[in-house]
Design a protein around this ligand. Sequence first.
Ligand code: NAP
Length: 285
Amino acid sequence: MAQIINGKEVSATVKAEVAQETARLRDERGLKVGLAVVIVGNNSASRVYVNNKKKACEEVGFQSFEYALDENVTQEQLLDLVSVLNRDDRVNGILVQLPLPAHIDETAVINAIAPEKDVDAFHPVNVGHIMIGNYSFLPCTPAGVMRLIESTGTDITGKQCVVIGRSNIVGKPQAMLLLQKNGTVTICHSKTKNLKEICLSADILVVAIGKAKFINGDMIKEGAVVIDVGMNRDENGKLCGDVDFESAEKKASYITPVPGGVGPMTISMLMKNTLTAAKQQAGIE
Ligand code: NAP
């Protein structure tokens, strides 16, 4: 039976580290850390995420600046706001909550954020840094996954790592991070043939598909570390991952639950990135 990786606990540790460092920099250097969060429209899930980010800012001692824009805001108005935030010294990190309404070009908005304030690490400059392995910020979810794997004491070097999903925000950067830790990495996607066989080869399996309980115990190697990034609703409307937890936990050595696994890590890694941004902008480290 697998040991459960407690994402809430690891996330609380990361936030405590950030809070401690933030307090030290405030006391010793007078440094204040600020995160601007921009939300467009009334998407209820986005509203929940933004509120959680504001709450996390309070917990770690950051100032948060919220900009709630009307659903009908023009792209030009949104880009103007980003430009103002790029120049605002109180703002160390800028996060534009996705998805944006259909009439707004998300790529144009992401590309308008100053790379040094891009705490989501979605800007092509930061994506490039990740490819080269010389980065300041890591995308929050894959960085959270790495921290969870680290919490198990697993050495990634030489391990067969399988990432299912190739999105720009999870799958692709996840594969790069595992590669940088000397994993032997395979990336799978919807066109992959023999998915089961590949999954069965994985010592470390990271699943980011977006399909409820898609990966079951029959697809998991005995003793594998299984990280479930998925956030879905099952047939009863209950939150669940991409992995069928019940059958998977019988095979894995470690496994993340949903909820309470990867989810809490994403926000704590955002706090970590924002602190890093503030330190860099202040010329510290
Ligand atoms: P996405 O952009 O929709 O990408 C899904 C990926 O899964 C695609 O690469 C797709 O392949 C692949 N895929 C779909 N069906 C597949 C199949 N049958 N076999 C193998 N691969 C398949 O999703 P995402 O943004 O990466 O998110 C993935 C999941 O993680 C979602 O449930 C999302 O809610 C969750 N998520 C959670 C957090 C968190 O904080 N916990 C953060 C981000 C995302 P193709 O490229 O071929 O289409």
